[in-house]
Design a binder for this molecule. Sequence first.
Ligand SMILES: [Ca+2]
Ligand SMILES: [Ca+2]
Length: 563
Amino acid sequence: MKIRAKRLLCLLLAAFLLAGCAPAGKTQEFTTAPEFSGAAVEFSGESAAVPGEAVKTEQALDRIHTLGESPEDNYRVWYEIFVYSFCDSDGDGIGDLKGVISKLDYLQGLGINGIWLMPIHPSTSYHKYNVSDYFAIDPAYGTMEDFQELLTQCDQRNIRVILDLVVNHTGSEHTWFTQAVNYLKGLVGEEPNVQDCPYADYYNFVREARPGYTQVSGTDWYYESQFSPDMPDLNLGSDAVRSEIRDIMAYWLDLGVSGFRVDAAKEFYSGKTDANIEVLSWLQQTLRELREDAFLVAEVWDSFDQVTRYYESGITSLFNFPFGSANGKIVAVIRGAGNPSVVTTFATALEKADEAYLGANPDYIDAPFLSNHDVGRIAGFCAGDQAKTKLAGAMNLFMSGSAFIYYGEEIGMTGSGNDPNKRAPMYWNAARDSGTTQPPPECVLPESYPFGSLEEQRFDDDSVYSYYRQLIAIRQAIPAISHGRTTAEAALNVGCVSAFRKTWGEEMCILLMNISSEASRTDLSGYEGWNLVASLSADGNPITLDNGSLTLPPFGTAVLVPG
Ligand SMILES: [Ca+2]
Ligand SMILES: [Ca+2]
């Protein structure tokens, strides 16, 4: 089904629900994945009846639909997949590309429309961030034919695929590095000559020991290796290296990928922000030359001020570390639930970030996330509290830009401590079959995850999974949520209600979140003509708008649009 048709159905569904007359057939039709035909997407259980307002609401939704014809663009809901731990198709215990293909109906049913694949190239490590060959698929994951099939199947579902671009370093088994090392070992008192071995200039070889460097055995040479000895840093000042990177991007774009996630941009030149920004500018420019609409999102794991500076590179997107991850704003606000002086800062921080990033790059697209393969999973930070886990999802997915979900987040999987724990097998079912992988080395599996497996959650209307599905549907149905500029809605951003407005051209919406374990009441008398078009209950209690008064149950969320 085309996006447009889906959105229309979705909006009609919302209107029907608001009018109290949802026809069963419509809900069935909205569901795209056959395996989920039993689970209808609803915007809220006992929705939002506004007596006498149904017609107006329908008009408002129609207007959104007319204006909201965009999204063949890079404002998407992306799903980060660690292939190793996602789904195993052949029973060897390691996830693979055919396993990913087998779960595309599931992902489409969830509502995502982009996939970020963590590295899939041949590598000597389980996580594959030390690449041995940028032009091939790791045999444990499958073949090039499998990858092409994955792209074809994704294309049929309007799902774009981006790859991890790991070019701060290669693996130590990469032939560039092994040739460089063999050459240096063979030099007897001579200086290296790039005419003899160009690869000697591909890395940062020096003659003295330095922090972050590793000795080339049997020589007095050292090479930069900021992450580990088996990850030699590339010399990104080399034209030859840049030409190789361009070839890598061109190769995968030609095969049909839609862009890249740039690994470790802060370490291109460790400690040298200006130099890193120059590399990012070059990457963005080079990608744009290869394909105008390709998507580039970089990992700059740093403070708000630094992330803002990196936007001066002109890069489309940077992961919003100041909001995501363990130390980010979302976790801080969730931890401050019930405290108005914390809760109200969420909306003002969103406004401040939007202003700052926009000032650095007028074309930026934010890239919010909660967790990734390097940080503890969000459900852990919510201490097993289901309502908080759900609301954290809404805080992430109701941010503008291209929002990212880490696999398993949609079922509230936990994972913290060592890196393998953060990369545990996707919990498809309690029996741990159905493609469930072996855990990565040194991963300590929890006995059970706090909210159960996907199988246990998928037909439960109150599950984290069902919440995520509704959440994504709302985000996709109201494009101002993903595309809009964000401002705090001062008049409503009061007490434990976080309120912010999205403005996208003529379109507007206001999002309200009750970040508290107590129900809240918001006076909307100054908002005549605004309609409650979508709501998300975290605890099953209804969100209601009655005589200009909006009631939000604990951790409940509402979306208003002008009539
Ligand atoms: Ca396998
Ligand atoms: Ca580096």
